[in-house]
Design a protein around this ligand. Sequence first.
Ligand SMILES: Cc1cc2nc3c(=O)[nH]c(=O)nc-3n(C[C@H](O)[C@H](O)[C@H](O)COP(=O)(O)OP(=O)(O)OC[C@H]3O[C@@H](n4cnc5c(N)ncnc54)[C@H](O)[C@@H]3O)c2cc1C
Length: 438
Amino acid sequence: MGRYPSWGNYPKAEQRMRRLHWRDDDLPSDEEGSTLLPRGLGRSYGDSCLNDGGTLLDTTRLNHLIAFDHEAGILRCEAGVSLADILEIVVPHGWFLPVTPGTKFVTVGGAVANDIHGKNHHRAGTFGCFVTRFELLRSDGRRLICSPADNDALFRATIGGLGLTGLLTWVEFRLKRVESALIDVESVRFNELDEFFELATASDARFEYTVAWVDSLARGSELGRGFFFRGNHAPSTNGAAPAPRRLSLTVPFHAPGFLLNGWTLRAFNTLYYNRQRERTIRRRTHYDPFFYPLDSMGYWNRLYGRRGFMQYQCLVPHEGGHDAVRALFSRISASAEGSFLTVLKVFGDAASPGLLSFPSPGTTLALDFANRGRSTLALLEELDSIVRRHGGRVYPAKDARMSVTSFQAYFPAWREFAPFVDPAFSSGFWRRVTAGAG
Ligand SMILES: Cc1cc2nc3c(=O)[nH]c(=O)nc-3n(C[C@H](O)[C@H](O)[C@H](O)COP(=O)(O)OP(=O)(O)OC[C@H]3O[C@@H](n4cnc5c(N)ncnc54)[C@H](O)[C@@H]3O)c2cc1C
């Protein structure tokens, strides 16, 4: 038994790890009745990648490419291949990931199981929209090829299915054509929340990628102030692209908890907001710092100390969404718990393919809270009540504490999903959010 923490380092779990070496291998047999859960690079924040008392299936050695059609931009690879590895291979051929999250250190299996979204959601939808087929290994030994045409119900359950429907051994998906490795970026300062929504409306038609950072502690007339980042792939540059920034610093151990306090939070948010005096700054940059600014610091999650942290990512539908976001920020800025990394984005209308996919039309807000125990949990429960009242939902990939009631209100399709769960598979998250369900 070992710890194998999730990215938020909360909650703690003791679990066995079994490493998979070949995609043709059988699943390890059930040990003392314990359940199985596939594991990618552990970049989920809460307990959807934990299986306390059970077994994790480490997929990171299933890291081989199987086929790459350079002309059509279709890639088939084992599920443990990371997005970082894919970028290294496909960008020189003029292709890019169709959808990418804020870190490239996630596996393709993890990208499917959480049906991840990125800064281009308003144009492209989720990662699952680009998946053409995959192989799913069930605990009864069956290997099922799933696609929109074959085993389509299992296809829809597995995309966003939180690793509960079986093991993805390989995945095939479509890439996106690009002319260069560079992004033309604009950073626009905004002074309050309404300005954010105006910028989002004005930008979504012209820019493929949009996202905002918000000062989570600003109040009153400055509530919701921040920076709006928007970008497009740059045209062909006819020359070498500037080298991406390499991993420059690794946090070697858990920082003492007192480092992140109310004072440092306020100082960081204020300094960051004041880093740009001009309203708009334009630059051309390599895709790496644009998409993955946090990846340049290895294990930045250790800055939150041994107690870890909780990310809270919610979504509220368009109708009533401005009021809901305002209410969420008012509650957060009035609390003693602030967030360094507060991200706001308007999702587009593309339907997500998975039964439990998180994205749907509306506005999504993501925040990181140091784990201060009861006060943090109480705040997040209050945020949940705002989100529930507005008909929204919270992202399971980031969650470590939503209640049974919240989950079942956020994801009414869970009853349709439940019969697809492999009887030998489970996770801390799943046991928690279905506890007592009949
Ligand atoms: C800095 C940072 C930024 C992020 N930004 C975003 C973002 O912008 N958008 C977004 O959507 N997410 C974002 N995330 C979350 C992250 O993209 C997801 O949690 C992703 O699923 C993690 O992939 P992983 O390989 O680490 O999988 P893990 O975290 O190890 O596992 C995630 C889930 O996938 C399942 N799984 C893994 N491999 C397989 C397999 N082979 N077969 C079946 N199931 C499998 C697991 O059982 C688990 O349920 C971010 C995370 C971090 C740390």
